[in-house]
Ligand binder design. Structure first.
Ligand code: UDX
Length: 459
């Protein structure tokens, strides 16, 4: 019998709350996961998010419900640390009321799936009599690094030499998550990132937006020790298999995409002729780096579609603006999955945020990585050396990646022999990503198993 039938039979009405931190890279995978749960027959799945995000949305978005956390301020603080502190306070003040209100309905709340960086949420969940599941929006390898660094702090010397940790490749200083060395930048974020290890000990489940084949060794190391469930990639199945039709809406966009302009422009280009360039929703390059990137793109002589967020636009050099229209299109935001899935896109020039990394792997697009901070250096290491679907730019001695390096890295992927190998590997990962989320695949089975645990009140 299917899980759904069993749930109905036992009239075990389940209601799951999902609580992401209100930033784009966390909202997208957690919204997608919510939809996946709902599509598996969970009676009710509610995404809990702040009013300034939910106000533009219907109370119900497809399969899931939206519950708003009220706040007086017009919008959350712009900087990461104050925003995280503000969010913690806001949720602490409102979660009990929200759970009580929602439990009055036909479907009492059973589980809180919380963002793994909201490390304080597990205690709130347990105090409210709910099970708590931590959802990690970054890779499993990354969490393993934080885990070992914390646990084995005395054994790992941070003197710049290579670091050897169980189930992970040898990591050079520039492969480690930046916040290990950057001890002064974003103290609140850093504190939360390191305290994520609490989830390993306290949470009832640990969900990771990854798939077994992608991070096999590290998943195999964690699995006997902690209740880990890989459930990704959280990408609508129609992008993985064109024959499938499902909800095309990906995540919940906090920026307005210039979809029509992008898709029309891409339609006019030859197969594999365009470099798609994006640094995600948070990273910010300084003016000198912006200039080198802009001129490097022109020097590559390839067509390029570059997402420059509105707040970054003023950093672009005039010399670039006058040449832009010859080869490039610049937009403030795009429908990234549609762009990556477009036949004209031959390479993704990326900051290697975890979502962008997974999206490119799952759609078979080779990459040039130019990591900025946080988990991005580690993702870049895996992309170039472990999964071998991309090349990583070299950073100059002045800390800047110069235009020649940018142009030659792009050409390496787009025109040279190496590009063929990278594309072949990318297509291999695409196939494995699809297998993981297909019915009976590893991620699909893990979701079913979680629902069965819930039904039988087991772990
Ligand atoms: C950040 C971190 O960098 C990331 O590693 C972490 O795991 C989550 O938080 P961000 O820097 O925004 O996120 O990058 P990324 O993880 O790649 O997420 C960006 C998301 O925005 C992706 O889902 C991408 O598809 C989407 N996007 C980006 C668009 O839809 N349009 C765009 O133009 C650019």
């Amino acid at each position: 019998k299917s899980i759904v039938q069993k749930m109905e039979e036992k009239s075990n009405k389940s209601h799951i709350l999902v609580l992401p931190i209100p930033v784009q890279g966390h909202i997208n995978p957690m919204v997608q996961f919510s939809k996946r749960l709902a599509s598996k027959g969970v009676n009710k799945v509610t995404l809990v998010t702040i009013y300034s995000i939910s106000k533009n949305m219907p109370k119900e978005s497809g399969l899931i419900n939206i519950e708003s956390i009220p706040h007086d301020d017009e919008s959350p603080p712009q900087n990461i640390d104050p925003m995280l502190e503000w969010f913690h306070l806001l949720v602490s003040k409102n979660l009990t009321k929200i759970v009580e209100k929602l439990s009055d309905s036909e479907y009492p709340v059973k589980v809180l799936v919380f963002d793994s960086m909201a490390t304080w949420a597990i205690d709130l969940a347990h105090q409210l009599g709910l099970k708590g599941a931590a959802f990690f929006t970054q890779s499993c390898s990354l969490s393993a690094i934080y885990y070992h660094m914390d646990l084995e702090a005395t054994k790992v010397s941070l003197d710049g030499s290579d670091v050897s940790l169980p189930s992970l490749p040898l990591l050079a200083k520039e492969d480690l998550p930046s916040l290990i060395y950057d001890t002064d930048l974003y103290p609140t974020l850093r504190g939360l990132i390191f305290s994520q290890n609490i989830n390993f000990k306290k949470a009832d489940w640990l969900f990771f937006n990854t798939f077994n084949a992608l991070e096999k060794e590290v998943v195999d190391w964690i699995r006997p020790r902690y209740p880990i469930k890989t459930i990704g990639p959280t990408i609508p199945s129609m992008y993985l298999d064109k024959r499938l039709k499902d909800d095309k809406e990906y995540g919940l966009s906090l920026f307005k995409p210039n979809s029509e302009t992008c898709m029309k422009w891409l339609d006019s280009k030859e197969i594999d002729s365009v470099v798609y360039v994006s640094f995600g929703s948070l990273a910010s390059l300084d003016e000198q780096q912006m200039e080198e990137l802009a001129l490097g793109l022109i020097m590559s002589k390839c067509y390029f579609l570059w997402v420059v967020r509105a707040t970054e636009e003023n950093k672009l050099p005039e010399e670039f603006m006058s040449k832009l229209s010859e080869k490039g299109l610049m937009v403030n935001w795009c429908p990234q999955l549609d762009v990556l899935a477009h036949r004209a896109v031959g390479c993704f020039f990326t900051h290697s945020g975890w979502n962008s990394t997974l999206e490119a792997l799952s759609l078979g697009v080779p990459m040039v990585t130019m990591p900025q901070w946080s988990d991005q250096p580690t993702n870049a290491k895996f992309i170039s050396d472990v999964w071998q679907t991309g090349v990583r730019v070299n950073v100059g001695e002045n800390g800047v990646v110069n235009r020649d390096e940018i142009a030659s890295s792009i050409r390496e992927v787009m025109e040279e022999e190496k590009g063929i190998m990278l594309k072949e590997n990318a297509m291999k990962w695409k196939k494995l990503a699809k297998e993981a989320v297909d019915e009976g695949g590893s991620s699909d089975k893990n979701i079913e198993e979680f629902l069965s645990n819930l039904l039988n009140n087991t772990k």
